[in-house]
Write a protein that binds this ligand. Sequence first.
Ligand code: AMP
Length: 120
Amino acid sequence: MAYDPGNIFARILRGEIPCKTVYEDAFALAFHDIHPQAPVHVLVIPKGPYESMDDFTARASEAEIAGLFRAVAKVADLTGVTATGWRMLSNIGEHGHQEVPHLHIHVFGGRPLGRMIGKG
Ligand code: AMP
């Protein structure tokens, strides 16, 4: 499927919609989720037009891939959850319940997070 440049995270990247930035570098932007599900709930997105982890790992450069994952760990550090532990999660496609078609990695923390997934 072709990347949709009208998706909400693409609009955030273009500055058309505001966000609460946590971290930004050449490869990634991290911002607070608008409906946080934990005391720390940050979304980390690549700056390039990638729909999902499938698309990203197929098309992105090594530098973009390293940059995104370094940004995820940087966000854990900046939000103070590195010592207590945290979770990263990326929803992909229909069964993954992906709502926004621009790759994003959720960073959760700030409380015990319980089991990995619900029963569905
Ligand atoms: P998902 O695609 O299911 O992994 O989740 C998309 C996430 O994006 C949800 O947690 C939403 O709360 C979040 N979200 C949607 N719009 C915005 C926005 N404008 N700013 C920040 N977070 C958003």
